[in-house]
Design a protein around this ligand. Sequence first.
Ligand code: NAP
Length: 308
Amino acid sequence: MEDVIIIGTGCAGWTAAIYTARANLNPLVLSGTQLGGQLTTTTEVENFPGFPEGVMGPELMGRMQQQAEKFGARVEYKKVEEIAKNDNGTFILTTDVGTVQAKTVIIATGAAPRYLGLENEMKLVGHGVTSCATCDGAFYRDVPVAVVGGGDSACEEANFLTRFASKVYLIHRRDELRASKIMADRVLVNDKVEPVWDSAITEYLTDDAGEVRAVSLKNLKSGEESELDLKCVFVAIGHVPNSQFVGDLVELDEGGYILQNAHSTSTKTPGIFAAGDVADHVYRQAITAAGQGCAAALEAERYLSDSE
Ligand code: NAP
């Protein structure tokens, strides 16, 4: 029986691991499929305090892991499929390779990229549709590509892609970016970026090899339809929380985010805590996820000593 199981290895998970390990709780961290979480698919992180020159996302996550392991956190590459409660108030977690048991669970599973929901979209992932510019940008040198979305992610991806692509269309459903001013300004002055305002992709068009060659577009104000030749669409329209496996031990809001009790990372089930992007649809920053990971660790520690 573990004292603490932490599910997830993003900023929230590793921070919870550092704190619970330093409290001698010997945490077990279950990594799931994406070790290091969302920051492993980003480039430079400019706003994590303590790094005035910026730090690459994968490096930051690697350092967090090192720090957690230095204090005794153990990592297992298991994906949790279900959490159930034992009669004595402890928990049994079913994973893809067996079960593990714990007195407390910190859910820090983050969020996954949202796609447009078009008919053949998921089949085209890897064939001209993707959500990760860092991963796939370099495959599209000297050809036109598009980014969909108007937030910080879309702007960041569009700027990054100008290193490779001949042109980057920024397709947004409104005529104003949601992104922070610094990110929006940066993208709008970039000569290689061409905004396509008030528009939505209605269809991906493919060539004989099954690769994306163009998209059909609809202007949402005029209703006008058009086609745009390009080789890849980078979808950057936000995220869906990874909370599908949690069952009824925690409550979810309408967006699937785990509901925490007021001013706490605790959930409706004593002993289960939630931290980071799986529970936070407001801030969604690396540093706020790390802060929640810390809070969850302190609360789990307190819960364990209170129940002794
Ligand atoms: P976001 O801020 O939620 O923006 C999502 C964008 O996608 C919005 O522009 C939205 O349009 C659009 N969108 C949503 N659903 C759509 C759909 N079905 N079809 C077409 N467009 C759709 O998400 P994000 O950009 O991923 O950012 C998430 C959080 O991470 C934010 O807090 C952001 O500040 C942060 N972030 C920070 C940095 C940084 O500081 N370096 C980098 C990346 C992300 P509307 O605008 O019309 O709603």
